[in-house]
Design a binder for this molecule. Sequence first.
Ligand SMILES: NC(=O)c1ccc[n+]([C@@H]2O[C@H](COP(=O)([O-])OP(=O)(O)OC[C@H]3O[C@@H](n4cnc5c(N)ncnc54)[C@H](OP(=O)(O)O)[C@@H]3O)[C@@H](O)[C@H]2O)c1
Length: 355
Amino acid sequence: MFSHAEGLSSMVVKVAINGYGTIGKRVADAIDAQDDMEIVGVTKTRPSFGCDLAVRKGFPLYCTFDTDEKIAAFAPAGYDCKGGLSDLLAIADIVVDCSPGKVGAQNKEIYDNAGIKHIFQGGEKHAMTGMSYTSSGNHSENMNVQGTRVVSCNTTGLSRTLVPLLHACGSLSVECTMIRRAADPGDSSKGPINAIKPVLKVPSHHGPDVMTVRPEISINSLAVAVPTTIMHVHAIVATLPEGHGMTTESVLALWSEQPRVLIMNGSETGITTTAEVMEFSRDIGRKWGDLHEIFVWEDGVKLDGNNLYYFQAIHQESDVIPENVDAIRALMGLESDWKASVLKTDEAIAAYNGL
Ligand SMILES: NC(=O)c1ccc[n+]([C@@H]2O[C@H](COP(=O)([O-])OP(=O)(O)OC[C@H]3O[C@@H](n4cnc5c(N)ncnc54)[C@H](OP(=O)(O)O)[C@@H]3O)[C@@H](O)[C@H]2O)c1
């Protein structure tokens, strides 16, 4: 295990990925791109097709469980399984838990017993670690902590545009509606496929979840699931304080200076729907067609008095990916300046993907 006495600057952090699915495989890839961290292993529950990607990437493959029978099941399918989760945790400095939502709680006990630093995903509750994370929201508060939770894709998206507004205005009151994709493209078991499904728990957890990273933002949300697999859209009304001094143009200028926020004019570019946003992402060569940035339609932003109206689109499978890399730097005490970490993360990912 890493000792701070060894010095931080030359250290390459050994990272374990527990759960190599939609988020896990992307996080592993983003970590592999960095020069201050490396993947020492990824887990699969059983020998399924996702193992092939790990093999192709050269990531050592481990079983999610420690039972001999489950570990032994990999070899007949042609996979070299190096051991169980405990074997992987023993050689890692930190584990990124990318298991399905609500499974993390049982894994937390395993990590605590192993004494290993841990990062969970947005499917887990804030209370489990008592810490949550977004790069722009609270990187410094997460420095050197034992465990945190990278918030959900929706909360990450809200944080990207609301935190700079909070800093510019001093206070913010927000009402927003999350129009959520029903399932990820790779999911065959979720719906609805022909309905709009409101989340009847009001407010939905999405908005208030922002307050786990920036409690000063007063925010509520409603949510509906719609039959699409590509992207969430947020319809946001942010009320700025009296005397805010902002204009529509200055809000856009503020966001254009933020990392991982992409502003484009829908009428000028023809990118007027989430389908075109995703096509744009594929056109520019992003791996898996991912878009780590939050997409804001310039012509959908309007400040009217104190009320700022805007839409943003969130690529649910990928906006949290670079945040996991930054969170590792915070927990391992590698970089206290969030913007420096973001720059390093994003440049390394772009170079790795030849972009
Ligand atoms: N997908 C999104 O849009 C999205 C966005 C932001 C955050 N998140 C959050 O990220 C987390 C992972 O979501 P996901 O979409 O990546 O799920 P996913 O695609 O279902 O992948 C989860 C992976 O974990 C493996 N797994 C199953 N049980 C496990 C256990 N006990 N311990 C460790 N791994 C286990 C799964 O099994 P196999 O090994 O059998 O494949 C699978 O590969 C959730 O908290 C989710 O809420 C998801």
